[in-house]
Design a protein around this ligand. Structure first.
Ligand code: ASP
Length: 343
């Protein structure tokens, strides 16, 4: 096993794993054991591939934190034997799962590349082959014996992004993802163009992988909109057991100044609910205090989500709550970049 680069493919489900039965026109699950015979191009890769699969592959709309723990376990159990991991996943919730895994895998020093496709692998015009083959090549990339990518990435349509910076933006185009607040790590053209300065390197990182599988789902997301009324706000803040609320605010972290709105938020924050201010804009971030409409939120000591995506904010909150850190530390740790998810 030692001479060649060993890559483990983890198939969770999604369009990428489907083939079209041209006689009936129906999409059916692809037999992963026959991967190489279905995609003979894989034989040309200079690495050894093995595939494992969810017992029952799923459409990614059915993903939940238990499935994330399964993916984390598959990586943990095979971590020493493989040089890199490629996770095949439906694109719909890929940014959530890949963000979650970035937090669950602490001290990761090998590539974990999520990919999928808009068209099934057996479709004539499929984007799956390029996404899969290049993801494998990226997972196998080494320089001076060390993996080039040492973080969780998401590869789609010629770009590798930091997974926890991504969001799905298009249900039709092959270019389905974007990373508005962090540039691509690698771009695929005639050559693989590695943007070294964009890659994550955590100084003094301990090398032992620590896998955290407990995610606490006592969280909610509230997207502000003009007309949000008091009873809606009250019922969300009153959810029994709620520990964190991701508040998607306007622009640079702004919210209405109505007295009832600020009073309810303040009461909830004082009672120990972690309220995380993230922007509903796709690019840029929160700058609390910049406008009058966010000054009160700053005074209330809301957690500053800075330029984090909602997907990363949700999974980071689940991870931190699952790690049982003290209520006092939550804000400080949330506001610190743990895996390059914020500036
Ligand atoms: N609905 C599919 C899924 O997310 C779409 C895809 O695979 O891209 O599982």
């Amino acid at each position: 096993m030692k001479d060649k680069t060993n890559i483990l493919l983890i198939y969770t489900g999604g369009t990428i794993g489907m083939v079209k039965d041209y006689k009936t026109g129906a999409l059916k699950a692809f037999d992963f054991k026959e991967l190489i015979s279905n995609i003979p191009e894989l034989n040309q890769l200079d690495c050894r591939l093995k595939g494992i699969s969810f017992e029952e592959p799923i459409d990614s709309s059915n993903m939940n934190p238990k499935h994330w723990a399964t993916i984390a376990t598959m990586i943990e159990d095979n971590y020493d034997q493989y040089d890199g991991f490629v996770v095949l996943h439906g694109s719909d919730t890929m940014s959530y799962s890949a963000s979650a895994l970035s937090f669950m895998l602490e001290n990761l020093s090998k590539p974990v590349i999520f990919t999928g496709s808009q068209l099934p692998i057996g479709d004539l015009r499929t984007d799956a082959k390029e996404n899969l083959i290049t993801s494998i090549q990226i997972a196998a990339l080494k320089e001076k014996g060390k993996p080039v990518v040492q973080e969780v990435g998401l590869y789609f349509e010629y770009k590798l992004y930091r997974a926890n910076r991504t969001t799905k933006i298009n249900a039709e185009h092959f270019e389905a993802f974007t990373s508005p607040n962090h540039p691509p790590l690698i771009e695929s053209g005639v050559h693989l163009n590695i943007h070294y300065t964009n890659l994550l390197r955590i100084p003094g990182q301990k090398k032992t992988l620590q896998v955290h599988k407990t995610m606490d789902d006592n969280i909610a997301v509230l997207k502000l909109f003009p007309g949000l009324n008091e009873s809606v706000l009250k019922s969300i803040l009153g959810i029994p057991g709620l520990k964190a609320l991701i508040l998607e605010t306007y622009g640079a972290g702004n919210a209405p100044m109505d007295e009832w709105f600020l009073k309810e938020l303040k009461k909830a924050a004082l009672s120990g609910l972690h309220i995380i201010n993230v922007t509903q804009c796709s690019g840029g971030g929160v700058a609390m205090g910049h406008y009058e409409t966010s000054a009160k939120l700053k005074e209330m000591q809301l957690v500053n989500g800075k330029d984090i995506t909602t997907e990363a904010a949700i999974t980071k909150a689940m991870y931190l709550l699952g790690s049982k850190i003290s209520g006092k530390l939550f804000k400080t740790i949330f506001e610190t970049s743990l895996r390059g998810e914020m500036h």
